[in-house]
Ligand binder design. Structure first.
Ligand code: PEP
Length: 257
């Protein structure tokens, strides 16, 4: 029987930071978190590709500090100009990767099918995949949150080999699109309802481990709301954008009681 892994505090640095700035942030975080992170938490940094190797050299080997890629192309290698393959992420020190982030769905127009290919390919390669899902404001206003979440889970996980799905290899991030980068955090009761629905859906899809897969919340998580969010039912971590770009705010989130 699987058990739920550590609470995950993930920082998505998006398209910010030069290599030198990334190293400064990573080393500041490592110093600030050293000895201060509770035993049941781990921290994942998702820098831009150009800073992966330098951040790896700064944090890997430190207790509970992990590195991930924000994206990759679902092929082992080939003529895909501008893309990066999972083995390149692994070579840079990554163990984790995102798929389905709302900016890739909505700005870069990635389809559910492509997200499904990425999720399955990353899992098969051996990366820990974090599949991001979440409704737009319009979908929420029209009462279709559960339909959207179930659809994104069903389609996003359509190509995975169910036997490969374990809490050590797959996490889900619930990120309401209207809460990302807007300063509008979802109400606690909305987070609880969405995570409860996601949990039931995961148990339905993966009876062998659905109750132990991590479900992260993302959307304007800050130092002053992280503690409350992390205590909600079925919240097993947070995915943080803006507030992960400074040592003080991200360290405060990672250590929020
Ligand atoms: C994100 O990038 O996934 C995110 C949640 O961003 P922010 O914390 O800035 O809303």
């Amino acid at each position: 029987m699987s058990t739920t892994p550590k609470t995950l505090i993930a920082g998505n640095w998006k398209m910010y930071k030069t290599e030198a700035e990334a190293v400064e942030l990573a080393s500041g975080l490592a110093a600030s978190l050293h000895g201060n992170l509770s035993a049941d938490r781990e921290v994942l940094l998702l820098p831009p590709f150009t800073a992966l190797k330098a951040v790896a050299e700064t944090i890997l080997g430190r207790d509970k500090m992990l590195l991930g890629g924000q994206n990759f192309y679902p092929s082992s290698e080939g003529a895909f100009t501008g893309e990066i393959a999972p083995f390149m992420l692994a070579d840079a020190g990554c163990t984790h990767a995102l798929a389905g982030h709302s900016e890739r769905r909505h700005v870069l127009k990635e389809s559910d099918r492509f997200i499904a290919q990425k999720t399955a390919f990353g899992l098969q390669f051996g990366l820990h995949m974090i599949l991001c899902i979440g409704e737009t404001l319009d979908q929420r206003t029209h009462g279709s949150v559960e339909n959207v979440l179930k659809g994104q889970l069903r389609l996003g996980l359509a190509e995975v080999n169910k036997d490969e799905v374990t809490p050590e290899h797959l996490s889900i991030a619930y990120e309401p699109v209207w809460a990302i980068g807007t300063g509008k955090v979802a109400q606690n009761e909305d987070i609880i309802a969405a995570h409860d629905f996601i949990r039931k859906t995961l148990v339905d899809f993966f009876p062998h481990c659905g109750s132990n897969l991590r479900i992260l919340y993302g959307g304007s998580v800050k130092a002053d709301n992280a503690g409350t969010i992390l205590r909600l039912d079925n919240v097993n971590g947070v995915l943080v954008g803006g507030a992960s770009l400074q040592v003080e705010s991200f360290a405060a989130i990672a250590t929020a009681a």
